[in-house]
Design a binder for this molecule. Sequence first.
Ligand code: NAD
Length: 496
Amino acid sequence: MSNLPHKSNWIDGSHQQPTHQQIHIINPATEEKIATIDSTPLEAVNSIIASSLQNFSSGVWSKANASTRFGVLSKAASLLRSRLPEFIDLETQQTGRPIREMRAQLARIPEWLEYFASLARTHEGRVTPFKGPVVNTLTRLALGVVVQITPWNHPLLIATKKIAAALAAGNSVIVKPSESAPLSVLEMGKLFKEAGLPDGTLQIVSGYGRETGKFLCESPFVSKIDLTGGLATYEAIAPTASKNMVPITAELGGKAPVCFFPSMPIEKGVKAALFASFIASGQTCVTGSRLLIHSDIYDEFVKLLVERTKALRIGNPVDDKTQIGAVISRTSVERCSAFVSRAISEGGNVLCGGEPTSVNGKGFFFAPTLIETKCGSDLACNEVFGPVIALIKCQSEEEIIKVANATSFALGVSVWTNDFSQAHRVAERIDAGIVWINGHHLNDPSSPWGGFKESGLGKENGIEAFESYTKVKSTVINYGQEPTWFDDEVENARYG
Ligand code: NAD
């Protein structure tokens, strides 16, 4: 046992005794160990699932009325708002992201709880236009025990999005946050308890994906799996979900194109590129990782972009002035370096960055990097998940659309133009789950979020996410007087 603070699993309304095996959490900006968490074994996972099942079948939450669910989720939102500084600090330490980014992101998270609270309170069933003397009602029921597997890049945002939608719909939830940055999510249990959520309705279980995550997903007692992570993780989970016949929501990777047209002023376009590409050190699923720039503005645009990229302030994430923080691990630094080497060997031209760096001699940092490359190259096709950005010069609108669509991902895309018709033409023809026009990274609890192709299945946010946590029950009520079958008189009248 170490002397580090230990954050254990949150089960049945309290933090549990630490498990035998533990995992160290490392601050990527300082390389210091900051805490330990549980590595939850199979037997413990089975008993947590049994307890969640008991919670679901008791009806304490699954049958709670809409105003109760509204009340608990709304209270959780206000509690989170009142404790933001503590969560911002945790998030900054465990992800290495600049505190100014974490302040902006976390300030919005309570909105997800409020939005899904409102949906819980206002969402209504339907009555279909069923033929005959029949009333057909459609009601939405909670699914059961649902498992949510979340990543390290926006730990609290992504977990809260999923938890809020699932709880609003009446499910019992088991969340497994990433073993790289689980601390803020593990803190949410206490907050929900204080908000009035019955014990056992939200279980927070830590551990490695290939062990604890796998055990959770393989359970035949789980009714839905909601994953945000990489394609390889989806491919590991999908066969068991298919065998157990449970739905999956999968928010996977991306290779977002950011398309710049001549009508966009260069200064505005360059600021947009910096924001799209380097927020979170390029570690978001919608990182603007391919800048597709029209040849009419290319030279001037790239000159200013390189100048501004070199001026970005890399630093300690807790410093208010820092604009670029760490990447999550040494492995991430090595992955960025490998992408740069392959890009060079394919004829790419490194305009700036291209190397690991450090702050006070420590940390997993990689300099913001811009590389001119061609459509079809390794860097233009594959997700880096770091600050290594491909620049591609395109001769026409047609070429920008063609290049934008030339990857196996289809998550986010942004189109920067002041030509209204062009904005619509291009948005219509780029295959992506989310298209921003003159914006990037824009997110709202009401706005469905999810990709096509290898970027995933299903949506987070919005009515879509809420409904994905329900199953539809059709109740068909015959209020006619006649017997319906094996009655000659009725059959003759009906069919002649
Ligand atoms: P990851 O797939 O390695 O891990 C995600 C989660 O899955 C972690 O909790 C991990 O422990 C768990 N996991 C891993 N293997 C598992 C298995 N076999 N069974 C069950 N669980 C398992 O991804 P990551 O490195 O944490 O996150 C980066 C990836 O997530 C990138 O590809 C990124 O694009 C994607 N992402 C997508 C979105 C989106 O909204 N589409 C948002 C953020 C991140």
